[in-house]
Every structure is written in C-alpha cells, then in structure tokens.
Design a protein around this ligand. Structure first.
Ligand SMILES: [Zn+2]
Length: 259
C-alpha cells in the first residue's frame, strides 16, 4: 500500500473530531492567565451574542419557510439577480438584530482594555462589540449597521433606509447590499486579524464552533509556543490543539470569575 502523501487533506471527521485541550482550567485560572498576558486577541462568534437574544444563524433552520435553501437566498448571486426578494428575506432574518444590546460577555471583553491591548476579530455582524465600547474590532463578516453600493464602493448607515423594501444608492440608484458577508461573498480583515494573532500573548477563542471558513483558519496563525484558550460549552474541533480549555456557559464562567 502506498503511504498517503503528507500534504493530503484531513478528512472532515478528523478535522471536526473533538480535541481535548491540553489543560482544562476554571474561571479563577482563567483570570490569572489573562492577568499575565498584555496583548490579547479574541476570536468571537455566535455564542457571544446568544445572551443578547440573537439566535445562532446555523441553528435556526427550523423556522425557515422558503423553497430555496438559506445558503442560496442569503448569497451574493441571489442578491445580484433578485435584489427585492433578497431584501425581504434578509430583513426578516437580520433587521431584528438592530434592537439587540450588548451582554456581559461583550462588556467583559471591552473592560479588559483597561489593562491590556485587546483586538477582537469577530464573525458576528450585530455590532455589539463596538456598542460595548471595544475600540479595536475587526468585523470579518461585516456589519448589519451598514449597507454598501457595489458600483460606487460607498457605504451608508443602514438606519437611513429603514422601512424601504429595496434600498437604493442615492448616487447611482443601484440596489444597496447589506455590508455583511453573504454566502459566496467576500470576507474582511483576515490579514489584519492574522497579523494581530501573530503578535498576541494569548489567543482567546470564545463562543464560536469554528465551522465557517476562512475565519476558522485564523487560530492557525498563532506562533508556536504562544498559548491559546478555548471558551465554549462544547469541546473544540481537533485540528487546533488549544493549550487551555474553559468549558461551560460563557455568562456562568464570567459570573464565577467575578466572585
Ligand atoms: Zn451607487
């Protein structure tokens, strides 16, 4: 039998199999670990916003009532070909998020700026990290708070177009696209995020299952020997080899840490 070449792809199962972090830590050790790390980089996902009443986009399929799948309707090609239908579905799914408020997880991350240099790279499009006054936020999947005219390459605040069935560009009349990474659309800030990770003293991956690429490649940018921490209810996927794992409900962990 010929051995598999070393560059062969890992199977999906292999990549997704739970990998035990080297060391499980509790809230107290978490506080100590953060305390001795001047430069923190957070990678955050849907789990950070669930306590703000925003359901995880990936787990809300049950309420989907359209004939076409979600991945097709919330895609760039669908926006380009059916802008009006796109906006109807998009509004139903996303516009309610404009009402959401930051929760204790967002506030905790923002508060760390008092004593640390903090960069937050997030997959969330709800703008809640900025609303909690984190100052260095990389919105890798964009923001529901902006819309963009693709021909003019200009963005506008979403609030200017509330209630319109099909928002159009005040300059050229083209349909405006939410400044959110749709399926088959581009993502943002990946190089900046990777650069920040390259300079981090501690990488904290919080509330994301790391299922969505290319965001899920970012932890691999951490230089060897720099510690990484996984914070979530579930075990991390096996490919990353996190140094530490703090498992549980995020708000519970934070509550314990503050005692
Ligand atoms: Zn325009």
């Amino acid at each position: 039998m010929t051995p598999a070449p070393s560059s062969s792809l890992q199977s999906f199962e292999e990549l997704q199999a739970p990998g035990r972090p080297t060391q499980k830590i509790g809230p107290e050790e978490l506080g100590e670990l953060i305390g001795k790390s001047p430069k923190l980089v957070f990678l955050t996902g849907a789990g950070v916003s669930t306590a703000s009443g925003i359901p995880d986009f990936q787990t809300t399929d049950a309420s989907w009532s359209y004939a076409l799948p979600r991945t097709e309707m919330i895609s760039l090609p669908y926006f380009l070909t059916h802008p009006e239908s796109f906006w109807k579905v998009y509004s139903e799914l996303f516009m309610g998020k404009l009402e959401a408020q930051p929760n204790e997880v967002h506030h905790w991350i923002a508060s760390l700026e008092k004593d640390h240099r903090v960069v937050v790279a997030t997959q969330n499009v709800d703008g809640l990290h900025a609303m909690a006054e984190s100052t260095n936020v990389l919105e890798c999947h964009g923001s529901i708070w902006r819309v963009v005219c693709l021909p003019c390459r200009v963005t506008f605040p979403t609030q200017l177009f509330l209630g319109e069935d099909l928002p159009t560009c005040p300059h050229c009349g083209s349909p405006l696209k939410p400044d959110v990474s749709l399926f088959m659309d581009e993502v943002h800030c990946m190089e900046e995020a990777a650069r920040a990770i390259g300079e981090a003293d501690l990488l904290l991956v919080v509330g994301t299952s790391l299922r969505v690429g290319p965001f899920n490649e970012l932890p691999l940018a951490l230089p060897p020997g720099i510690p990484s921490l996984w914070m979530d209810q579930e075990e991390p996927p096996g490919r990353y080899g996190f140094t530490y794992g703090c498992l549980g409900e995020l708000t519970t962990i934070l509550g314990e840490m503050e005692k």
